[in-house]
Write a protein that binds this ligand. Sequence first.
Ligand code: HAM
Length: 424
Amino acid sequence: MKLQAVKGTQDILPRDQAAWHAITAAAEQVLGGAGAGKITPPIFEFTEVFEKSVGESADLMVQKEMYTFEDRGGRSLTLRPEFTAGLMRSFIDHGMHTLPQPVKLWAEGPLFRAENVQRGRYRQFHQVDYELVGSDSALADAEAIELLYRTLQACGLTRHRIRLGSVGDPDDRAAYNAYLREELAPHAERLSPVSQERLRLNPLRVLDSKDQGDQALIADLQRPLERLGPAARGHLAEVEHYLRSWDVPFDLDPAIVRGLDYYRRTAFEVHYEGIGAQSALGGGGRYDGLIELLGGPPIPATGWAFGVERVLDALAQEEAAQAETPERPALFVIPLDDEAVGEGADLATRLRREALRVEFAYQRRNPGKGLRDADRSGARFAALRGAEERTRGTWQLKDLASGEQSEVADEALRAALTERLENL
Ligand code: HAM
């Protein structure tokens, strides 16, 4: 049997690392610049951290998408399907409510959801996540959205769009759910099985159904935004006001629902057309109440996450993407006899300590083969040495682009190389 990667997981190969690194570097720069500290929580937690947080009507629960297992002590553990729950567990664990508020955190890394695999939907994927804990102000929501917008800009995206909505306060939600139950109950058996389950647990989530039959049934119903109470409506108006004054483009989306249950008031997503059905690059919102639900003090919070794989997919669509080309070695060392093998490795080690990228051949090469190896490595220059060069204490330094070659003394090689690289 040939071993393969598990469906829905991917290897991030050396040639892709620079593009991945550029995303986290952009996040570090933008989010760090706003006072967020990086946090790295564990990859698994006790299952109840997620069960309590994501809510019983979340797809993660209804469609059993969490990777849950028992450890040897019989305790139920779960691979994290998102960052927010674990970060709030950590916030409580470390008494971060005693720090000056608000506390801003950001995180990045792999997450795990046992979903149906398709473009943009994987079983191991990666997010950049931002959370602001300790403010109920609309300003905190607006700032979070501005940071999301600008982080994606710093990644190189230009065509992403924010969709802004509100899921209301708990009372609004209860009233809206009652309205949906009343409207949908007579047609319940015509809904898809998942929507029937959602209708029972949290009717709001039926609006998120992609099923065409479901969509036809809900097409004429009022959306959450049309039934907001005055407090949530005022909060949303303030968020809009700040975003306009900071020139963050957004569209109001009356139907925004989100796939996790913990949201209150502000809910938003950022979309990108042209990356298939899964056009949401990211999403988030306010989640006052979650920390209390996890056993902490009643502290309001807001935040978001974006999917790194989807952002890379979007970047590939943009001409501006200009995905960073992987760095190429400056020099490839070719030993023309056995004695030169060790000398070549010594040279490479010496130059690497001076911050040059250098590769070498591990065995004697004839010049033709050696130069082919050098070309394949992507190097700009090659250094060759055989018996004659050894007696003179030199290397043949060859420019692999122009073919120009000159003999350079061993101790002058570093300077000659730097000078030539600078003059390119
Ligand atoms: P989410 O909407 O579940 O929110 O995920 C955010 C983003 O993660 C999605 O928009 C998508 O880009 C990416 N994503 C989610 N699932 C997958 C998957 N299976 N494969 C590839 N990418 C995926 C959250 O996770 C919330 N914790 C966000 C948040 C933070 N809310 C408040 N604070």
